[in-house]
Ligand binder design. Structure first.
Ligand code: C2E
Ligand code: MG
Ligand code: MG
Ligand code: MG
Length: 288
């Protein structure tokens, strides 16, 4: 049991390990379904969910262009990864509630940062279930309004696997988002069932190249693939963010390739708002 009960929380510090075996075990449906639902719902209500932030940095200037909001669940022993609890929340019908908490925290934070002349843009992950919820767009706008924010202040991230299945239905929802003023980014680009014929009329203005591509730049083939993706995006007039930038060398390589924005541990891991505020004030230009 030992190997699958440990989760190496990279983003929470390289040596932090938290135990999630009991939660992983609960993934199977049944009696456990009720247990995980109770536990997650409890976490949502008692403030155990916290939003972390990771910078998206301009490749040419090193300025923080936006911050991505990433959900974290603090569960006794440590931080549980969203890779684990987001799919669970969808399965047990809590994704709506969970997303409201993240959006509320992130919008309030963005308001505070803007009032202090700090970060102007927020990137928010949206899952398939949310996207297909009838009141999703209107309730998001309503929530923005209560913080004196506009859709233009937010970039919605949709993962590619979501972005390219159930296509016609999604395009309708995505167009509605765009028409309301939101910018759209295709997240984890390159990992889904990419159909280039569909990409050209996707209502999106940004692609986020999946972490796995930045990790393969030590080979000639890996560098060529990255170059091809950047050229494709430029040809379609899409901005490019590369995720998973872990070194200065990679950051320079991508900048020289014409990548617009960079995101990764080299600049900062996802961190609590207070820490994010430090790099907003001090800047990350020395890392670009
Ligand atoms: P994502 O949106 O693609 O977020 C990027 C993930 O890559 C984050 O994992 C981040 O910690 C990780 N990452 C950032 N820089 C590096 C790097 O340099 N190297 C490596 N190896 N990884 C890096 P995280 O925070 O565990 O989030 C996992 C996924 O969970 C996210 O992937 C996103 O799809 C989902 N997620 C997180 N928060 C939310 C949320 O509030 N709502 C929804 N619907 N999904 C969320
Ligand atoms: Mg994302
Ligand atoms: Mg991604
Ligand atoms: Mg992802």
């Amino acid at each position: 049991a030992a190997d699958h009960t440990m989760y190496h929380a990279k983003h929470a510090g390289r040596n932090n390990v938290c135990f999630y075996g009991d939660i992983l075990h609960l993934k199977s449906i049944g009696r456990e379904h009720v247990a995980i639902q109770a536990r997650l719902s409890d976490a949502i209500r008692h403030g155990a969910l916290q939003t972390f932030y990771q910078p998206i940095v301009s490749a040419s200037t090193g300025q923080v262009y936006a911050v991505e909001a990433l959900a974290r669940w603090k569960d006794g022993n440590g931080w549980i990864s969203p890779e684990l609890f987001i799919p669970m929340a969808e399965k047990v019908g809590l994704i709506q509630e969970l997303s409201s908490v993240v959006a509320e925290q992130a919008f309030a934070q963005l308001r505070a940062w803007r009032d202090n002349g700090l970060t102007q843009k927020l990137m928010l992950n949206v899952s398939r279930t949310q996207l297909f919820t009838p009141q999703f767009v209107s309730s998001l706008i309503e929530r923005l309004n209560t913080h004196r924010l506009r859709p233009e202040d937010v970039i919605i991230e949709i993962t590619e696997s979501v972005a390219l299945t159930d296509y016609a239905r999604q395009v309708k929802h995505l167009r509605q988002l765009m028409a309301s003023g939101f910018q759209l980014a295709i997240d984890d680009f390159g990992t889904g069932y990419s159909s280039l014929s569909q990409l050209h009329d996707m209502p999106a203005s940004v692609i986020k190249v999946d972490v796995s591509f930045a990790q393969r730049l030590d080979t000639d083939a890996g560098r060529r693939v990255m170059q091809a993706i950047v050229q494709l995006a430029q040809g379609l007039q899409l901005k490019v963010i590369v995720e998973g930038v872990e070194s200065l060398e990679v950051s320079h390589f991508l900048r020289d390739l014409g990548v617009d924005f960079l995101q990764g541990f080299h600049f900062s891991e996802p961190v609590p708002a207070g820490v994010a505020e430090l790099w907003m004030r001090l800047g990350l230009a020395n890392k670009a």
